[in-house]
Design a protein around this ligand. Structure first.
Ligand code: ADP
Ligand code: MG
Length: 470
């Protein structure tokens, strides 16, 4: 009877699904109109109920008549390779939770079924995706520091599993937005298609779940569960470091998902090639897709992030304060937010408007080198950044106009903002003498009188140096 059913099913179900879900089933008992089949796990049972109940009902009714009934026997892996029956006749017992142990597994199944042939239509399995709704693309400001990663993320969210960005690996230092971006992808997938099964999990949680399941001899359940997901996001994979068994499970899950065209998104605090303690076979798979990095935020992006946060919270503060924060918070975006929050807190505690003075006081704790001495090097780098010219050129003899101008402005600013002698300044520019420095400063002053564009540039640079010095 069962073989007849299988022959029909084989033609209807995709081969891969047939292999996964039907081959492991064994028929164990046929008693008049009731067929009992044995399935490898509770999870299997639920999956079959979920997806194939109508198909099974139809085929079985053809074989056994319209009163046909199906019962399940569920096996657990006893750990020594021998299967033991866990419970019998599940449909009579109604719904049993997926996992018998006290795991916080985010699996929720709606509409528990009493009798597989009674419930009409398809019930929808739902997994809580574990996403923070705050982390969306709209709130993730695009800038030079994150453009590639953000756009790749957007593409993946629109076509999960069907781009070459699989897996998408987002890497970067602490507080640069990895979690935010990875979750934004998940949230966007859900927004565009709520039927997609999305799951966000940190690698630590993944490992803990794995350990609990292996203690309970339920590794197969664990793997089967993860194989159901359409978009799997694993955060901070560097913590897989040395968790060998968890990596084995992840490897199996990765392969299954990748082969079935499901999307994987991973984050890491370093580029995949530098991940220590992660199996080479996993690393080689990480390279199949796209690795995109998040860099330390540039000034403009910091300004925009601050302005967005203020707008969202309905706050206002002088532009110079915003600039001051953006200039002085160097390391990451979490710190940037921290500085803003401290400032707001101080302002409301002291019932005092936010101004530059308060900002300096509050941010002192955030700024590493608090008493900042502006050096010639700093100025040179700022000017080079600003005009986008290579630093070495300042020191050489290049006579190209933009280089000459950058060199002259650097000297001018160095004279204005540092206590160095003209001689020292000249030495910092490839050993020029002090008369060259004097001449440069004069040229800058003259040009500022005649060329408004030039003047604006110099003023802007002056402001930048001033802020950096505070
Ligand atoms: P990571 O996971 O890399 O340590 P997070 O994703 O936790 O960093 O980001 C730290 C904070 O910075 C979060 O509050 C996040 O919302 C914010 N953030 C990061 N990047 C951006 C961005 N481009 N635009 C706005 N906020 C950002
Ligand atoms: Mg994170």
């Amino acid at each position: 009877v069962w073989n007849n059913c299988l022959n029909i099913i084989k033609d209807i179900v995709e081969w891969q699904h047939y292999k996964t879900w039907f081959e492991p089933i064994t028929p164990v008992l046929l008693k008049s109109n009731v067929l009992t089949i044995q399935v490898p796990s509770q999870f299997f049972y639920e999956y079959i109920e979920e997806h194939y109940v109508n198909l099974l009902a139809k085929t079985l009714k053809r074989e056994l008549g319209k009163d046909a009934r199906l019962e399940y026997r569920i096996m657990v892996d006893s750990g020594n390779g021998k299967n033991l029956p866990l419970m019998m006749d599940v449909p009579g017992q109604g719904y049993k939770s997926y996992s018998n142990n006290e795991m916080d597994f985010p699996l929720v199944i709606n509409n528990p079924v009493k009798n597989p042939f009674v419930i009409p239509g398809l019930k929808k399995m739902q997994i809580d995706p574990q996403l923070n709704p705050v982390y969306v693309f709209d709130a993730f400001i695009e800038g030079d520091c994150n453009r590639v990663a953000r756009r790749a993320g957007k593409t993946v969210a629109e076509k999960p599993g069907s781009t070459s960005f699989n897996p998408l690996v987002i890497y970067g230092g602490v507080g640069l937005g990895k979690t935010h971006l990875a979750q934004a992808i998940g949230n966007e997938v859900k927004r565009l298609n709520n039927n997609k099964v999305v799951l966000y999990v940190s690698s630590e949680k993944f490992i803990n779940q794995f350990v609990d399941h292996s203690r309970n001899n339920a590794i197969n359940d664990f793997i089967h569960f993860y194989q159901l997901i359409d978009v799997l996001i694993i955060d901070d994979v560097q913590f897989f470091n040395r968790a060998e068994k968890s990596q084995d499970a992840f490897f199996a899950i990765f392969n299954h998902l990748h082969q079935s065209g499901k999307q994987l998104i991973l984050t890491s605090d370093k580029p995949p090639k530098d991940l220590e303690g992660v199996q080479e076979r996993l690393l080689s798979r990480f390279r199949w897709g796209l690795s995109a990095d998040l860099q330390i935020p540039d000034y403009d992006t910091k300004i925009e992030i601050l302005e967005r946060k203020m707008k969202n919270d309905g706050l206002d503060m002088p532009k110079e304060v915003v600039k001051y924060i953006a200039y002085n918070i160097q390391n990451n975006i979490r710190e940037l937010e921290g500085a803003l929050i401290s400032l707001l807190a101080q302002s409301s505690l002291n019932k005092r408007e936010i101004d530059l003075e308060l900002a300096k006081k509050v941010l002192r704790n955030f700024i590493k080198s608090s008493s900042k001495e502006i050096t010639i090097d700093t100025i040179q780098k700022m000017v080079c950044d600003y005009f986008d010219v290579p630093y070495e050129k300042l020191l050489q003899k290049t006579r190209k106009r933009e280089i000459v101008q950058a060199r002259q402005i650097s000297m001018f600013l160095a004279k204005a903002f540092t206590k160095n002698s003209l001689k020292t300044i000249g030495e910092h520019f490839g050993g020029r003498d002090h008369t060259t420095v004097i001449h440069s400063c004069q040229t800058v002053k003259d040009l500022m009188d005649t060329d408004t564009l030039f003047k604006e540039s110099v003023i802007e640079l002056q402001q930048k140096v001033q802020l950096a010095a505070m």
